[in-house]
Design a protein around this ligand. Sequence first.
Ligand code: PMP
Length: 422
Amino acid sequence: DLQRLIGRRQRVLGGAYRLFYREPVHLVRGEGARLWDAEGREYIDMYNNVASLGHCHPAVVAAVTEQMSRLNTHTRYVHETIVDYTERLLETFPAHIDRAMYMCTGSEANDLAIRVARQYTGHRGIIVTAEAYHGTSDLTSGASPALGSGQPLAPEVRTVAAPDTYREGDAAGARFAADVRAAIADLDEHGYGVAGLLVDSILSSDGVLPGPRGMLSDAAAAVRAGGGVVIADEVQPGFGRTGETFWGFDRHRLDPEIVTLGKPMGNGMPVSGLVARGDVLAAFSDHLPYFNTFGGNPVSMAAASAVLRTLQEERLMQHSARVGEELLERLSMLALTHPLVGDVRGAGLFIGFELVSDRDTKEPATVAALRVLEELRRRGVLTSVAGPHGNVLKLRPPLAFQSSDIDPVIDALDEALSVVEH
Ligand code: PMP
């Protein structure tokens, strides 16, 4: 049973893995935006942007099965899938982003992005937001303040509070740009200089902060004026999720030199990538080889190809915009009857639902948010929280989420909020 399985797990797995929920969920099957546990209970998945097309999407299953039964090998031999895919992937970017490389995780993509930015600029400094998460390698965890006090930031890393229009209003973008300028000055003073601003265009672990369009563009200009580049971490917002634009950075007119990709890219196959302006990447590639045993292998590329094709053929970006807007509207209506709800914000199917104990002071309702999560889970809705205070419900379902799924989610949330409010 579940308790025995958890016990066995604890005896053999490293303790750093954290599970969701006080009573962990034992999942055995997924389809579309639905998951089932070992006891046959059905859940709506409101969290998983990895299975972005939907769990076990048949196009990806077929592509992976076909390629895996024919050939899989590493990137030191010529194979066609990687070239075909890259040509199609680069078409989704502005023309000057014209080179790609592949890895298996977002961490590896960001790790390489930092190395490329440093090589190209000759500077060392990296600026990130104050609750950012960019990865698990030494370089990226040293640039991930979300990991907390146990993980010291690298000396060349500076953090800047993410622009939060709920608390700062319209001034958020300008304040952020001013703080970025101060961070650049500090990096210069320490002899590091600024190599890059590494930022996700919907600031996810900072509390799901989409901000108004263009919010990050002044900060990006400041970084360039300081001799650095912009690295857009598209691991979460990328591949059509934000609805308005295929890439999140376009919402904020970031015009990045380097873009990192991950999570939804293979719909669950471990595939990630870095795309960049050719001259920026050449500064690295002309001096250093890069080898990644599994990166860009034929099976991963087959999965990524199936994902991109399905996104385009089924117009899932437009779907995300439409259903996301509908969901956002229904969530905003809940705020009218539930005092716990402080703010509802998002772009496409990437929504933050912020809970506060007092709407005037905007005091984060951290404990209430955890209780709401548990109540939602009991009602068949799985999700998680984000933000510096863990009081923002992150609603980011597979793009297979439909209009018809909205009612059950809203009903569950309505009930969960009522239980916690009383
Ligand atoms: N960047 C962002 C914005 C992420 O959310 C994550 C993963 N949570 C990563 C990078 C790291 O990706 P991975 O876990 O695939 O290494």
